[in-house]
Design a protein. Structure first.
Length: 261
């Protein structure tokens, strides 16, 4: 006799759990835990990384990320408004920018700003300015699309009501539409902040002094010095210190937005 649907679903789920447990046991039994401890969990190497990995590398990573996100947010809002403009050249410029920087790897943007622009224009950009521009230019392309979706999600009646009260289009957009759009798109904007945090690892391409190291550069140099993978593991944990709370914040914001709806 055929099994009832509920029993069949339970049996399939039990088989899946059994396969997963078997795979985990096979990995645990096959691993050389002594070698893994020496390679990834060397306590002495880990202790030697502190406090510099926090006071220098982690702090610089946060600073680079915030600089790029701040610039990208401002530029992204401007691009979103251009994208929604009734003036065709504004729309064309915004679309061209968004498509270009969404299609070009951030690696190339860092190389162009770090080496191409100084060679072409004979100017020496400050490292922090270069990082802000590189991260911000790439982030702005994604933020612009996010903001455009948020602005379009605000009911049209909001603009009509503002105009009926005598507000100009620009004042209504700045005072009423954009604040509501920010509340709508706050979760995806936080996701973009997480992505920029990881993209900040490309700063090493610019050549950094010791006091400018971010987490990835710090971990790579320590790896070469100690001949152990422990610095990479510690750097990864430091990234999680930044990204896990942000991910938790995204889930909280999404839950609050869903409850409000």
């Amino acid at each position: 006799m055929a099994m009832p649907r509920r029993q069949r679903a339970r049996a399939i789920r039990a088989v899946q759990y059994a396969v997963l447990i078997a795979l985990l046991l096979a990995i645990v039994l096959a691993a050389d835990w002594g070698e893994l401890r020496r390679a990834f969990f060397d306590a002495e190497v880990a202790r030697s990384l502190f406090p510099d990995i926090i006071t220098t590398a982690l702090v610089n990573t946060v600073v680079y990320t915030l600089l790029g996100f701040g610039f990208g947010l401002v530029l992204g809002v401007v691009l979103a408004l251009m994208r929604l403009s009734q003036v065709p050249p504004y729309r064309w410029l915004a679309v061209a920018y968004i498509e270009f920087f969404r299609g070009v790897p951030a690696l190339l943007v860092f190389i162009a700003l770090g080496f191409g622009v100084p060679l072409a224009f004979q100017v020496a950009l400050d490292r922090y300015v270069t990082v802000m521009l590189a991260l911000g230019l790439v982030g702005a392309a994604y933020i612009a699309e996010t903001m455009r979706a948020g602005i379009q999600a605000v009911p049209k009646g909001q603009m009509e009501a503002a105009r009926s009260l005598g507000m100009s289009h620009s004042r209504a957009m700045a005072s009423i539409i954009i604040p509501q759009a920010f509340r709508i798109v706050l979760p995806p904007l936080t996701n973009e902040l997480v992505l920029l945090t990881k993209d900040s690892s490309l700063v090493y391409l610019l050549g950094l002094s010791l006091d400018q190291y971010e987490l990835s550069k710090f971990g790579r140099d320590a790896l070469n010095q100690h001949r152990s993978l422990t610095p990479i593991l510690v750097a990864g944990v430091c990234y999680l210190i930044i990204t896990v709370p942000l991910g938790h914040l995204v889930r909280r914001l999404e839950a609050r937005a869903a409850k409000a709806r």
